[in-house]
Design a protein around this ligand. Structure first.
Ligand code: PEP
Ligand code: MG
Length: 896
C-alpha cells in the first residue's frame, strides 16, 4: 500500500526515441499516438530518426483531471527527455552559443485535423538566434528560422490573429520590391522579427517568451488544450472518435531542410496512392522547410526520374539532384514496407546531405489503388491472401462499380441531397415516369425528377439514367429501387421544389425546366446543372482476384434482392448465390398489367378478383420462368404480394376509365370503392400477409404461378429451381399457418395436374417486433426466416422509413443514433430482436435457414452483425453483391 513514507511510484509519461534508444519499442498507438508510435518504431529498427520524446496520451487525461495542470513528476520526466536529446545531438536547449532547437507536434491515435499541429524551431530567442547564426555561418537562415518560429507560436500556441503576421511579411517584401520570401535578407528578417515581437506584445499583452522552457511548456499545454477545442470536438463527433482517447505530444530535435543546396524536405508514398503501381511517388523541395512543400508557393520537384519524365517537367528529380541520398531514401522505403507490410506515407528531411525520417504512417489510397496494392503485396509474399482481403474497404468498391464524375470536370452545383445510390449520370430532366419511358425509348438520356417515387414509377426509373427526389431517406422507395437497379440516385434534396404540372423545378431563384440537362452524383449527393463528364468503371483483374480470395474466407452466403431477369443477371455476374428477395409487386406495375391489378383490388367480391387474377396468372408465370432460368440451380426466394393497396389505386380520370372498361363497372362506382379503400396509415394498414388473409385467392394464384414456372423450367432444362415462398409482414403463427396452407394447396394442385412434384420451402419474413418475439412458435411452421430489417427498423423505432430524413440527420449529429438506422442496423435495438428471433427460431427448428433481406444486407457494418449472430446469408441489391462478399469475408476473418 502507498504511504506518505513510501509513495506509489508515479506512472511513466515520457518515452524517448532516437540515438539508439526506443522506450516505446514496437510502438503502442494507444499510448504514444500514431505519430509517436511510428517514430519509436522507426527508431527501434535503426532508421535515422532525430532524437526526441513522446509525452503519452495518458498524460492528456490526467492534465484534464487535474484542472489543466501538469503533475510535478512530469517536469522531471521532460527534463530527462531533453537531456536525452541533448546527449544525442551534443547541443543544449537554450544554449546561447550552439542552441538545441525542437519541434513540438500533437499526435492522437488517428490523425485528427482540428488539433494543434506543429511548432517548429522552438528554443529560439534573442540570444540563441545569434548562436544559431554563428554555428551555421548563415545569419539569414537563423533569422528566418526565428521569424517562422514566432509566427507559428503566435498562431497555434498563443492563438493570435494570423493575418497580421502574414500582412507584415507581405509589407516587408513589398517595401523592398521582393517577390519571394527567399529574397528577404538577414537584415530584412531581423527587422521582421522586431515587427512580429511587437505584434505579439500588442495582441497578447505580454512580450514574446524568451525563456526556452516557458516556450516548451506553453507549446505542450497548447497541444493538450487543443484536444478540447471546438474544432477537435466537432471532428471527433463526425468521425466517431471517443473523447477520452486524448492526444500525445512529440518533442523532437529539429533538422533543417533549409540549410542550403544540400538540404531538402519532402513527402512520399512507397507506392502510387492513386493507381497503386509499385513505384515511389512523391515530391521534394531543395533548401526548404516542410511547410514550404504544402504552402504551394514554390512548385515541388519529382522524386524519381521516371515520374519527372512522364510529367515532362524540367527541374531535376531527387534521383538526379541528390543520387546518394535518394538511394538511401529508396532503401528506407523498402525497409518500411517490409516492416509495416503496407504502403507508407512518409515525411523526410535532408540536412546538409544527411537523411532524416520525420514520419511514417499507412497511406490513404483510392479504391483502385487499395485493390492493386493488396493483390500485389499478397503476390510479393509481403502479406497473406486473408490479409489482402482485410485491406480493402468494402464500401470503397462502390467507386469501382459505377461510372464516376471526371474529377477534372468543372461543375455547377445546384443543390445537394442524400447519396442514395452510387454512380453519376447526366440527362434531360423529366417529371414523370411515362415521359421518362417515352423519351428513353426515343434514345434520350433522362433524369427522372420526382418529389418522391412510388411503385408506379418503376418503369420510368428503369428507363432513366438517374433519379432525383426532393423527399425520402436512404430506404425510401426511390433509394431502395435505384440501388437495386444500379441507377444512380440522389434522394431527399430538401431545397428542391418541384412543380410537376408546370414541368419545372426550383432551388431558390434557379429554375430547371423539363428537357434541361442535369447531372446527379449518387455517390456524393450533388446535383449539377448541365452535363458533367463521367469516367467508366474498370473492373480489372485485381478485382476478380481479391473477390475470389474473399469467397474462400467467408462463411455467410450472399444473395441478391432482384425482380427482373436483367437485375438477376447482373447480380449473378457479381457473384450472387441466389435470390434473397424477389418483390413480386414490382412486377404488377407494367403497363400491360396494371389495369388487371387495379381490377383485382377494386373488385368487391372473390369472383371479381378471380376474374382479374386469371389475366395476371400467365404474366406472373412468365416473370418467374425467366428468373428461374437465369438463377438456374440457385435458391430463389419469392415474396408474395406485400405493399399497401393504395399504391395500386388509380388516381387519374383516364386510369379509372381503363378499369371501368375492363370490368364493366361505372367510373363512379370505382371511385367510391377507391375511397372506401383509403387508409390513414397504409404502411401499418392492409398490406403484407393481411392481403393474403383477407383475399387468399391472390396468394393462391401467385403460388400457382411460381410452381408452374418452376416445373416448366425443370422440364425444359432438367435442373429444378429451388423456390422458397415467403410470406410478408407476419405477426402471428396463425397468419403464417393460414398462408402456408394456401401455398401448399396450390403446390399440391399444380403437382397433381403436372404429374410430378419438386422441392420447395415456405417461410416468412421477420419484420415486425411481435414476429421476432414469437419466433419460437412461428418457426414451428416456417422453414426459413428472412429478416426484413427495413420494416423491422421502422416498427421497432416507430420511425417512418419514408419520412425519416427530415429529422434523422439531426438525430445522428446529436449522437442519438450513431448512424442512420435505416442504413446501418441499430445493433442494440433492432439487432437485439434479430438475435433473439434467431435464437428462438433455431431452438424450435434445428437447421432453420436464416437470412436478411432489408437494405442492411448490403451494409458492411450490418453484415458484421449478421456474422456475429450466425445468419446463413445476407441479401443485397445487385451492385452491392461484391461489397457484401468482401464484407462477409472480413467479418469471418475478424471472428476467427
Ligand atoms: C424489409 O422490410 O426489410 C423488406 C425487405 O421489405 P420491403 O423493403 O419490401 O418492405
Ligand atoms: Mg418489408
Amino acid at each position: 500500500m502507498a504511504t506518505a513514507a513510501n509513495p506509489a511510484p508515479e506512472a511513466r509519461y515520457v518515452y524517448r526515441f532516437g540515438g539508439g534508444v526506443s522506450d516505446g519499442g514496437k510502438g503502442d498507438k494507444n499510448l504514444l499516438g500514431g505519430k509517436g508510435a511510428n517514430l519509436a518504431e522507426m527508431a527501434s529498427i535503426g532508421l535515422p530518426v532525430p532524437p526526441g520524446f513522446t509525452i503519452s496520451t495518458a498524460m492528456c487525461a490526467r492534465y484534464y483531471d487535474e484542472g489543466e495542470a501538469f503533475p510535478e513528476s512530469l517536469r522531471a520526466e521532460v527534463a530527462d527527455g531533453l537531456a536525452h536529446i541533448e546527449a544525442v545531438t551534443g547541443k543544449r536547449f537554450g544554449d546561447a552559443a550552439d542552441p538545441l532547437l525542437v519541434s513540438v507536434r500533437s499526435g492522437a491515435r488517428v490523425s485528427m485535423p482540428g488539433m494543434m499541429d506543429t511548432v517548429l524551431n522552438l528554443g529560439l530567442n534573442d540570444a540563441t538566434v545569434e548562436g544559431l547564426a554563428a554555428v551555421s555561418s548563415d545569419a539569414r537562415f537563423a533569422w528566418d528560422s526565428y521569424r517562422r518560429f514566432i509566427q507559428m507560436y503566435a498562431d497555434v500556441v498563443l492563438e493570435l490573429d494570423h493575418g497580421a503576421f502574414e500582412e507584415a511579411l507581405e509589407i516587408a517584401k513589398e517595401d523592398n520590391g521582393y517577390y519571394l520570401d527567399t529574397d528577404l535578407t538577414a537584415d530584412d528578417l531581423k527587422a521582421l522579427v522586431a515587427t512580429y515581437k511587437g505584434l505579439v506584445e500588442e495582441q497578447w499583452g505580454k512580450p514574446f517568451p524568451q525563456d526556452v522552457h516557458d516556450q516548451l511548456w506553453g507549446a505542450v499545454g497548447a497541444v493538450f488544450g487543443s484536444w478540447q477545442s471546438e474544432r477537435a470536438k466537432v471532428y471527433r463527433r463526425l468521425n466517431d472518435i471517443p473523447g477520452d482517447w486524448g492526444t500525445a505530444v512529440n518533442v523532437q530535435a529539429m533538422v533543417f531542410g533549409n540549410m542550403g543546396e544540400t538540404s531538402a524536405t519532402g513527402v512520399a508514398f512507397t507506392r502510387d496512392p492513386s493507381k497503386g503501381d509499385r513505384a515511389y511517388y512523391g515530391e521534394f523541395l531543395i533548401n526548404a522547410q516542410g511547410e514550404d512543400v504544402v504552402a504551394g508557393i514554390r512548385t515541388p520537384q519529382y522524386l524519381t526520374l521516371k515520374a519527372r519524365e512522364e510529367a515532362g517537367a524540367k527541374p531535376a528529380s531527387m534521383e538526379e539532384a541528390m543520387p546518394a541520398v535518394y538511394a538511401e531514401l529508396a532503401a528506407v522505403f523498402d525497409r518500411l514496407e517490409d516492416h509495416y507490410r503496407d504502403m507508407q506515407d512518409i515525411e523526410f528531411t535532408v540536412q546538409q546531405g544527411k537523411l532524416w525520417m520525420l514520419q511514417t504512417r499507412s497511406g490513404k489510397r483510392t479504391a483502385k489503388a487499395a485493390l492493386k496494392i493488396a493483390v500485389d503485396m499478397a503476390g510479393e509474399g509481403l502479406i497473406t491472401r486473408d490479409e489482402a482481403v482485410l485491406r480493402v474497404d468494402p464500401a470503397a468498391l462502390d467507386q469501382l462499380l459505377h461510372p464516376t464524375l471526371d474529377p477534372d470536370a468543372t461543375r455547377d452545383v445546384l443543390t445537394k441531397g442524400l447519396p442514395a445510390s452510387p454512380g453519376a449520370a447526366s440527362g434531360k430532366v423529366v417529371f414523370d415516369a411515362d415521359t421518362a419511358e417515352k423519351r428513353a425509348a426515343a434514345g434520350e438520356a433522362v433524369i427522372l425528377v420526382r418529389t418522391e417515387t412510388s411503385p408506379e414509377d418503376i418503369h420510368g426509373m428503369h428507363a432513366a439514367k438517374g433519379i432525383l427526389t426532393a423527399r425520402g431517406g436512404m430506404t425510401s422507395h426511390a433509394a431502395v429501387v435505384a440501388r437495386g437497379m444500379g441507377r444512380p440516385c440522389v434522394s431527399g434534396a430538401g431545397t428542391l421544389s418541384i412543380d410537376a404540372k408546370a414541368r419545372v423545378m426550383r432551388v431558390g431563384a434557379r429554375e430547371v425546366r423539363e428537357g434541361d440537362t442535369l447531372t446527379i452524383d449518387g455517390t456524393t449527393g450533388e446535383v449539377m446543372i448541365g452535363s458533367v463528364a463521367t469516367v467508366q468503371p474498370e473492373l480489372s483483374g485485381d478485382f476478380g482476384t481479391l473477390m475470389a480470395w474473399a469467397d474462400v474466407a467467408r462463411r455467410l452466403k450472399v444473395r441478391t434482392n432482384a425482380e427482373t431477369p436483367a437485375d438477376c443477371r447482373t447480380a449473378r455476374e457479381f457473384g450472387a448465390e441466389g435470390i434473397g428477395l424477389c418483390r413480386t409487386e414490382h412486377m404488377f406495375f407494367e403497363a400491360s398489367r396494371i389495369t388487371a391489378v387495379r381490377q383485382m383490388i377494386l373488385a368487391t367480391d372473390e369472383k371479381g378478383r378471380r376474374a382479374a387474377l386469371e389475366k395476371l396468372l400467365p404474366e406472373q408465370r412468365k416473370d418467374f420462368t425467366e428468373i428461374f432460368e437465369v438463377m438456374a440451380g440457385l435458391p430463389v426466394t419469392i415474396r408474395l404480394l406485400d405493399p399497401p393497396l393504395h399504391e395500386f389505386l388509380p388516381h387519374e380520370e383516364a386510369e379509372f376509365a381503363d378499369v371501368a372498361a375492363a370490368t364493366g363497372v361505372s367510373v363512379d362506382q370505382l371511385k367510391r370503392r377507391a375511397s372506401e379503400l383509403h387508409e390513414f396509415n397504409p404502411m401499418l394498414g392492409h398490406r403484407g400477409c393481411r392481403l393474403g388473409v383477407t383475399y387468399p385467392e391472390i396468394y393462391e394464384v401467385q403460388a400457382r404461378a411460381i410452381f408452374e414456372a418452376a416445373l416448366d423450367v425443370a422440364d425444359k432444362s432438367g435442373e429444378a429451381p429451388i423456390p422458397e415462398v415467403m410470406i410478408p409482414l407476419v405477426a402471428t403463427k396463425r397468419e403464417l399457418d393460414l398462408m402456408k396452407t394456401v401455398v401448399d394447396k396450390a403446390a399440391e394442385a399444380v403437382f397433381a395436374e403436372r404429374g410430378h412434384a419438386l422441392d420447395y420451402l415456405v417461410g416468412t419474413m421477420i419484420e415486425l417486433p411481435r414476429a421476432a418475439l414469437r419466433a419460437g412458435e412461428i418457426a414451428e411452421s416456417a422453414e426459413f426466416f428472412s429478416f426484413g430489417t427495413n420494416d423491422l427498423t421502422q416498427t421497432t423505432l416507430g420511425v417512418s422509413r419514408d419520412d425519416a430524413s427530415r429529422f434523422l440527420t439531426s438525430y445522428v449529429e446529436q449522437g442519438i443514433y450513431a448512424k442512420d438506422p435505416f442504413v446501418s442496423i441499430d445493433v442494440d435495438g433492432v439487432g437485439e430482436l434479430v438475435k433473439l428471433a434467431a435464437e428462438r427460431g433455431r431452438a424450435a427448428r434445428a437447421g432453420l435457414k436464416l437470412g436478411i433481406c432489408g437494405e442492411h444486407g448490403g451494409d458492411p457494418a450490418s453484415i458484421a452483425f449478421c456474422e456475429d449472430v450466425r445468419l446463413d446469408y445476407v441479401s443485397a441489391s445487385p451492385y452491392r453483391v461484391p461489397i457484401a462478399r468482401l464484407a462477409a469475408a472480413q467479418a469471418a476473418l475478424k471472428a476467427r
